[in-house]
Design a protein around this ligand. Structure first.
Ligand code: G3P
Length: 220
C-alpha cells in the first residue's frame, strides 16, 4: 500500500519525504486555504513547490474548482502542465465523470474525489479514473462504516478487473491506516500526524532505554 500525505503544508511534506516513506501527496481547496495559498498564480506555484519536494514519480493531486465540464477541462489542462507528477482531482458529479472520461482519453491522470458509495466508485472506474478517493473519516463521522465501503469497492474492482487505484482518504488516525491496508486499499492518504502515530509503542521506548542502560553499565 502506498503512503500519501493529505496536506498542502510544505514542512509536513518535507518531513514525510525525509522519512523515505512518501509515495505522493493529495491536496484539496480547503487544505490550500488552510496554508493561506490563494490566487491562481500562487496556487500553481505551490503545486510546483510540492512536486519539487516529493521528487520524480510521486503523484501530487491538484483539485479543480470548476463544476462544469468545459471549466474542469480547461483548469485540469493548466494543472497537468505544471509538472509531470500532477494528477487532476475531479469531484464525483455528472460533469466530473464527463471530465474524467475526457482526461482519460487525453492521457491525463485523474483522482475522483468526494466518493461515498460503491455506485459512485463504479462510475469513476468506468470513466477511467487513475485514483478513486472514498472519504472514510467523513463516513465514520456520520456513524456509518467507512472501511466497509473500502472493502466493497476493492471487491467490485477485483471482480471487474478495473485498474483504478483505491485511495482511502479522509483518514483520521493510525488505526484507519492499518484497517485500510487490511481492506486492500492501494493507497492511503492521511495527515502526517496519523503516519507518525504508527511509530509509537511504549515497549519500544522501554526496550531501547534498557538496551542503552545495559550498554552504559558495560561501557562505563
Ligand atoms: O483530501 C480529501 C480528504 O482526505 C479530506 O479529509 O479530513 O477533510 O475529511 P477530511
Amino acid at each position: 500500500m502506498q503512503f500519501f500525505v493529505d496536506t498542502a503544508n510544505l514542512d509536513h511534506i518535507r518531513e514525510a519525504a525525509e522519512l523515505g516513506i512518501l509515495d505522493g501527496v493529495t491536496t484539496n481547496p480547503s487544505l490550500m486555504a488552510k496554508e493561506g495559498i490563494s490566487g491562481e498564480k500562487n496556487i500553481l506555484q505551490h503545486y510546483l513547490d510540492i512536486c519539487k519536494i516529493v521528487g520524480p514519480g510521486r503523484d501530487v493531486s491538484a483539485e479543480v474548482i470548476s463544476t462544469d465540464f468545459k471549466g474542469m477541462v480547461a483548469e485540469g489542462k493548466r494543472l497537468a502542465e505544471i509538472h509531470e507528477n500532477i494528477v487532476v482531482k475531479v469531484p464525483m458529479i455528472r460533469e466530473g465523470v464527463k471530465a474524467i472520461s475526457y482526461f482519460t482519453e487525453a492521457g491525463i491522470r485523474t483522482n475522483c474525489t468526494l466518493v461515498f458509495s460503491a455506485g459512485q466508485a463504479l462510475l469513476a472506474a468506468k470513466a477511467g479514473a487513475t485514483y478513486l478517493s472514498p472519504f472514510i473519516g467523513r463516513i465514520d463521522d456520520m456513524g456509518w462504516n467507512g472501511m466497509a465501503l473500502i472493502k466493497e469497492i476493492v471487491e467490485i474492482y477485483n471482480n471487474s478487473g478495473f485498474e483504478t487505484a483505491v485511495l482511502a482518504a479522509s483518514i483520521r488516525n493510525p488505526l484507519h491506516i492499518i484497517d485500510a491496508a487490511k481492506a486492500g486499499a492501494d493507497v492511503v492518504t492521511c495527515p502526517l500526524s496519523a503516519i507518525l502515530g504508527l511509530f509509537y509503542h511504549p515497549l519500544t521506548d522501554i526496550g531501547l532505554e534498557k538496551f542503552l542502560e545495559d550498554y552504559r553499565k558495560a561501557n562505563p
